[in-house]
Structures are given as structure tokens and as C-alpha cells.
Design a protein around this ligand. Structure first.
Ligand code: SF4
Length: 248
């Protein structure tokens, strides 16, 4: 060995050899949570193309990190231009129940309010901060509202009894996104979101509690999840779980 040369790497044997050959199943990243003050909790949607008038996003950012996520740009409003920060720096909005109820009561009955239009309201942060839960508790005291919740998390099943209670005096439906039933493909597309089978299981729990669920098989991406077999698999799972509709 010449002076200055690196020694050759040791020959790996046994468990060290196996470890070096291991395939990565999943990688966990450090995610930070911050609290964000907010002047208003409910926003008005100006686009006539959307099926809702009012939006509620309990968090900014979304840990699920879907490759096709359309909402990453929302972090730019906070001068966070690295697109990956959208999934690693999550802002939980400060929630004041009394102020929130005041905002709700200013909305005319019958106008639709959607929760989770630029974030998933049941992402992992919800287990700790329970903001979506507190929003729903506020709606449980109201009547005559039209609510939609969009998620791809089975955590929504935690709130099935509460959602069933809200459904008795309001119109409410859950939009459960299931882009594919292929778990390997789902892991590539939506790396940190719950498995499709868990989402379908939560559809069953919700429908059992009297809550209407629409399965959203979207986005449909050419040559990725647009085959007849793929769409049929999602459709069959949705029907078996009792979903009231499938949308793409
Ligand atoms: S769940 Fe929705 S908001 Fe979250 S990363 Fe995926 S597409 Fe974006």
C-alpha cells in the first residue's frame, strides 16, 4: 500500500453482508411541527370550478409526500421554496373553538364547506394535535351545513361515531382517495400515506356508522394507474366497503 492510499474495504461476511444487500422498504424522515397563528380559519374559494365554496385546512404542509401533490406551492407563501419542506415542516394552525364557531355561523346554511383541500386533515400530526377533531366537535353542535372531508388516511375512522352524529343534522360525506390497490405502486406514489387496504377498511367503518363515503380514484395518471384492471380493483374494493360513489 502506498502512503496516502485508502485501505481496501473489509470483506463483508455474515449479517454485515446481508445488511449491505438489504433493500430499502421505507425511510423515515425528521419532520418538524410548528404552531401557526391564523386570523381566519375558514377561507373562501374563488374558483367556480370547485364543488365547494368554503375551505378549511387545519394544517399547512402534508407529511404524506405524494409525488403528484398539487398543494406544495402553498408553502411558497411562507417563503419556504424547497418543495420537500412541504412534507417535512408541518404547521398546525392555532385553534380557538369560540372564534371558529363565530366564523361558521357567518356562513349561509346550504353552502358547502370542505375540510382538507390543500393538506390532509388526518395526516400523522392529527394524532397529536387533534385540530380536525375539534373542528368536527364544533360542527356537532350545528345543523344544516354541508360538509366534505378529503383524506387518504385511515385515522378518519377514529371519528366515525362523531361523524355519524354530525350526519344526523348536517349533510356530510368523506372523500377517500384511493389511487391504486397495488400496495407497491401506492408506496412509490404516496410514500408516507396509509396503505390502500387500510383506507378501504376505514371506508367500511365509516359507512357502518352511517357516514356517506365517496372513493376518489384520482389522479388517474397515464401508464401508471389508468389500466382497466387497476381502476376495476379500486372500484370493486369501494363497492365491497359500502362506498356510495366512485369519482375520478
Ligand atoms: S395527501 Fe394530498 S395534500 Fe397530502 S401530500 Fe398527498 S396530495 Fe398533497
Amino acid at each position: 500500500m502506498l502512503f496516502g492510499d485508502d485501505p481496501p474495504p473489509p470483506k463483508l461476511v455474515g449479517i454485515a453482508k446481508l445488511a449491505s444487500e438489504s433493500e430499502r422498504l421505507e425511510a423515515k424522515r425528521q419532520v418538524e411541527y410548528l404552531e401557526l397563528e391564523t386570523r381566519r380559519f375558514i377561507g373562501r374559494c374563488s374558483s367556480p370550478r370547485m364543488p365547494f365554496v368554503w375551505t378549511i385546512n387545519p394544517y399547512r404542509g402534508c407529511e404524506y409526500g405524494c409525488k403528484y401533490c398539487y398543494a406544495r406551492y402553498t408553502h411558497e407563501f411562507m417563503e419556504l421554496r424547497d418543495p420537500e419542506l412541504f412534507e417535512r415542516r408541518i404547521f398546525a394552525k392555532h385553534f380557538d373553538a369560540a372564534a371558529f364557531r363565530e366564523e361558521v355561523r357567518r356562513i349561509p346554511r346550504g353552502q358547502s364547506i370542505w375540510i382538507g383541500t390543500a393538506t390532509d386533515p388526518y395526516q400523522p400530526a392529527e394524532r397529536r394535535f387533534r385540530i380536525t377533531r375539534r373542528i368536527l366537535e364544533a360542527f356537532d353542535a350545528e345543523a344544516g351545513y354541508e360538509l366534505g372531508i378529503t383524506t387518504k388516511s385511515d385515522l378518519v375512522a377514529r371519528d366515525a361515531p362523531l361523524l355519524g352524529s354530525i350526519a344526523r343534522r348536517n349533510r356530510i360525506h368523506i372523500n377517500m382517495t384511493v389511487t391504486t390497490m397495488d400496495e407497491r405502486l401506492a408506496r412509490l406514489l404516496e410514500p408516507f400515506a396509509p396503505r390502500p387496504s387500510l383506507r378501504i377498511a376505514s371506508v367500511k367503518t365509516l359507512t357502518g356508522a352511517g357516514v356517506g363515503v365517496i372513493v376518489l380514484a384520482c389522479p388517474v395518471m397515464p401508464l401508471i394507474n389508468d389500466s382497466e384492471a387497476s381502476l376495476e380493483a379500486v372500484c370493486a374494493s369501494a363497492v365491497n366497503a359500502g362506498a356510495s360513489a366512485l369519482a375520478m
